[in-house]
Design a protein around this ligand. Structure first.
Ligand code: T4K
Length: 372
């Protein structure tokens, strides 16, 4: 008798294998140093800085943190001088972004996004900043998965209006570049470079990174004195060991993610579908635009065929009850995208025949549904 159909998972993380960790784990045994910015964490931060070609003898421009969410909280605390205030952010993001705003002691104001770039709607932003020029303390941009963005115009808006600028680049290990201001990247298992749980804050300016590092250690400055209260947001030596092994393997693993996305794109094209994020960047999620408000129904239909999908960013953050009382601008683009985009299975083991099956199932599900 045939058993239940195995689920084709929407993700299947690939982290360093045990044998590649061993040399680093042995160093931990030798040093008997397990956390509190030990030798492996320092080495991991330097290796990350080298990866982004921003290594300097005077400062390390990377601060590792327990998660991207932790990094966002600390980056907001570091960048926003006021204790309280309103942070402008898109609703079209993972719940963690809004959770971080709240945990940093700020209130959010949700802004819609532009349909092609997925970045904050510049017209709405300009209107808000004209109508209430002193109300806002921060601007939290969200980098679309795997996409490079030009931060210059956003930095100018921030400077012109006295806003702290923080960038949530959770899914962008392979496309962020060090720039002024704080960018926060996730090292969660589900990301292209994953260590389990973790993240880091990156900047071309050492000062902000140093503040984040201090805040991740309770806010201790010199002599263990807390001027500004932080949290315990550190990673352990064991997490750094995984990170170092992951960086060792990144040249091969990064190429594999990019090649896999190219292959997927070619297969899906034969079914009239495309992946949403641009080619050429290693990213561990694949999102398709279904062309109409069919995400929920198609997800159910595919699950019936043993294919797991995910609406990664749900219905947008403004739909979570936790943020119901935050002010918001009209959300037509967010509402439309939330209903029409779907995360489909994507991982390094996905075979061509599985890609074809996903393409076929999507095409079949869409054939009897009207486009928008
Ligand atoms: N900002 C943005 C824009 C973000 O997208 C995120 C996180 C953040 C901030 C916050 O970053 P962190 O604080 O997490 O560093 C995932 C991730 O937990 C989350 O990091 C990610 N974005 C979000 C979009 O998705 P889940 O709960 O949907 O993943 P889960 O457990 O359902 O796993 C997905 C697939 O992978 C499933 O098929 C199961 C499989 N899986 C998963 C894990 C963890 C495995 O096979 N093995 C595993 O170890 O959240």
């Amino acid at each position: 008798m045939a058993g239940p159909m195995p689920l084709l998972q929407v993700g299947r993380p690939f982290l360093p294998r045990a044998e590649t960790l061993l040399p680093y784990l042995r160093r931990i045994d030798e040093a008997r140093w397990y956390t509190n910015r030990g030798p492996l964490v320092k080495m991991f931060e330097v290796r990350l800085a080298e990866h982004f070609q921003i290594a300097s003898a005077r400062a390390v421009h990377v601060a590792t943190v327990a998660s991207c969410t932790t990094g966002l909280i600390l980056a907001l605390k570091a960048a926003v001088c006021k204790r309280r205030g309103v942070c402008l952010l898109p609703s079209w993001t993972f719940a963690a972004t809004a959770c971080a705003v709240s945990a940093a002691g700020l209130t959010g104001h949700f802004v819609d996004i532009e349909p092609d770039s997925w970045l904050i709607d510049r017209r709405q932003l300009a209107e808000l900043l004209t109508l209430a020029p002193t109300e806002f303390a921060a601007l939290l941009l969200v980098h679309p998965p795997g996409s490079a963005i030009n931060l210059d115009p956003w930095r100018q808006v921030a400077v012109d209006h006295g806003l702290a600028l923080v960038v949530d680049a959770a899914d962008c290990f392979d496309c962020v570049r060090p720039e002024p201001g704080l960018q926060v990247i996730s090292l969660h298992a589900t990301k292209a470079l994953g260590i389990g749980e973790g993240g880091f804050v990156l900047s071309s300016e050492a000062e902000g990174v140093e503040t984040v590092r201090r805040l991740s250690n309770f806010g201790f400055g010199r002599d263990r004195v807390v001027d500004s209260p932080g949290i315990n947001g550190k990673i352990s030596e064991y997490a750094a060991a995984v990170g170092l092994a992951a960086l060792d393997a990144w040249p091969q693993i990064g190429s594999r993610w990019r090649d896999q996305a190219d292959a997927y794109r070619r297969v899906l094209a034969t079914y009239g579908l495309d992946l949403l994020f641009p080619a050429g960047s290693a990213c561990a999620i694949a999102i398709v635009d279904l062309g109409g408000p069919h995400a929920a129904a198609v997800a159910t239909e595919l699950l019936g065929e043993g294919v797991e999908t995910r609406r990664w960013w749900g219905e947008g953050c403004h739909r979570h009850p936790a943020f119901a009382d935050w002010p918001r601008s009209p959300m037509p683009v967010t509402e439309s995208l939330a209903a029409r985009v779907l995360g489909v299975p994507f991982h390094l083991d996905l075979t061509k025949s599985q890609m074809n099956r996903i393409g076929q199932l999507l095409a079949r599900a869409l054939a009897h549904r009207a486009p928008a």
